[in-house]
Design a protein around this ligand. Structure first.
Ligand SMILES: *Cc1c(COP(=O)(O)O)cnc(C)c1O
Length: 404
């Protein structure tokens, strides 16, 4: 072992942590002592929770808890191995059938997380010599996946169709000059996770078709909320059958955990063979898969309709609060409402101030968003009620002496 203090891992790490702290970018963990919900308990204190992605209030629902307990009784706890070894159990297959049917695709594959789904998929669809075109605000897992693929990466400004088109034209030129086929994949989110706005999906689909590119959409924040049966924005815009790859997570509005890819039978068969995060990873818990099956059934059905109506009513209510306290708010109906601040330290200070007033609203900073674009990210849930919106209004309304 080296005793050189300059070559000591812990002191190097300590210096890095100091740097993060100086840049107001240090993060630490908070522990909830209660289930997810409109109110949560942290260190013995009850806080009003505007930080969870449990948009439909399903994570602590009697229905899903019942499904989970029943599945544990039936299938036990662990899944034993990866799906290809001995870990595939009937809830996994039932979940994939339910997802494919809901999303209107030939087939689906479940992963242990949305992150694993992204990482497992993009490098098997494109590779070195190909082209991936992504929106600037794309989630980290898709950026990592695109980088891992080895394809040439082109980024367009958020929702900027003109810039996307010029990248597609550039790709078309590359294709015409090349002696071998070049694959072109466009990757977007349908509802953006930190801005809450929507992709212009219909125009995007038209555009990628005009240039013979493929489209992968991440419906992480749209599943459960958009479309007639709430399967996502692809359904809402009526573009099923025109999107090659649909991905998402079961950990947000669906209230459970796990990721998925929906697409053609060939896509799924290839991923079963090649997606490293699928092949070399223990299958999700059978109870998690079974709970997700029940969640799909509920969200598609009457309860999902009721929860969504409640969610949109709360979103409207919260937006009215923000307008009254003179925050500018976007016009899109979305459960994610960013309160833009800019400076990292100012965002943290505001989050601490709100925490002292009993509200849990996370400050989102680099690298989740760009430097200087720090914000509070308010997420609304069907579990919220008038009391929570009143508390928010009271906390956001600064007393005259608080205004500098
Ligand atoms: C949360 C999220 C993911 C990752 O899903 P997990 O199941 O949490 O790993 C992927 N994409 C987006 C846009 C997300 O917000």
């Amino acid at each position: 072992m080296s005793s050189d203090p300059d070559n000591n891992l812990d002191s190097m790490l300590s210096a890095e942590l100091d740097q993060l702290s100086e840049a107001s970018l240090l993060r630490s963990l908070r522990t909830l002592e209660s289930p997810q919900g409109a109110r949560v308990q942290i260190e013995g204190r009850e806080l009003i929770n505007f930080s969870s992605n449990d948009y439909l209030g399903l994570a602590d629902s009697a229905e899903l808890k019942g499904a989970a307990i029943e599945a544990i009784e039936k299938y036990g706890v662990g899944s034993g191995a990866s799906r290809l070894i001995c870990g595939g159990m009937s809830p996994h297959v039932e979940l994939e059938d339910a997802l494919a049917d809901w999303k209107g695709t030939e087939a689906a594959l479940s992963f242990s997380s949305g992150f694993a789904a992204a990482i497992g998929t993009i490098p098997n669809v494109v590779g070195s010599g190909d082209i991936v075109i992504i929106d600037k605000l794309l989630h980290a897992c898709l950026i990592d996946a695109a980088r891992q693929s080895g394809a040439t990466l082109r980024v367009f400004s958020h929702n900027d169709l003109n810039q996307l088109e010029s990248h597609l034209q550039w790709a078309e030129k590359k294709r015409s000059e090349s002696s071998h086929p070049i694959r072109v994949l466009v990757v977007i989110e349908t509802v953006y996770s930190m801005d809450g706005d929507l992709a212009p999906l219909l125009n995007l689909v038209d555009l990628k078709e005009r240039y013979g590119a493929w489209l992968m959409v991440d419906e992480a924040h749209a599943t459960g909320m958009f479309g007639e049966t709430r399967s996502g924005l692809v359904e809402e815009f009526g573009v099923r059958g025109r999107v090659e790859i649909q991905m998402g997570t079961l950990g947000k509005a669906m209230g459970v955990s796990g990721g998925y890819i929906c697409g053609s039978r060939n896509l799924i068969d290839l991923l079963i063979n090649r997606a490293r995060s699928f092949v070399f990873s223990t299958a999700p818990l059978p109870s998690t898969a079974a709970t997700a099956v029940e969640s799909v059934r509920l969200v598609r059905g009457k309860l999902g309709g009721e929860r969504r109506s409640k969610l949109w009513a709360m979103v409207d209510e919260i937006k009215n609060v923000l307008i009254r306290v003179e925050q500018s708010v976007g016009t899109v109906r979305s459960p994610i409402i960013p309160l833009m601040i800019g400076d990292e330290q100012a965002a943290m200070d505001r989050a601490v101030e709100l925490l002292e007033k009993g509200l849990l609203i996370p400050a989102i900073r680099y690298p989740t968003v760009a430097r200087g674009k720090a914000r509070l990210r308010l997420s609304v849930s069907a579990a919220h009620g008038f009391e929570e919106s009143q508390a928010l209004e009271a906390a956001l309304t600064r007393e005259p002496e608080e205004i500098d």
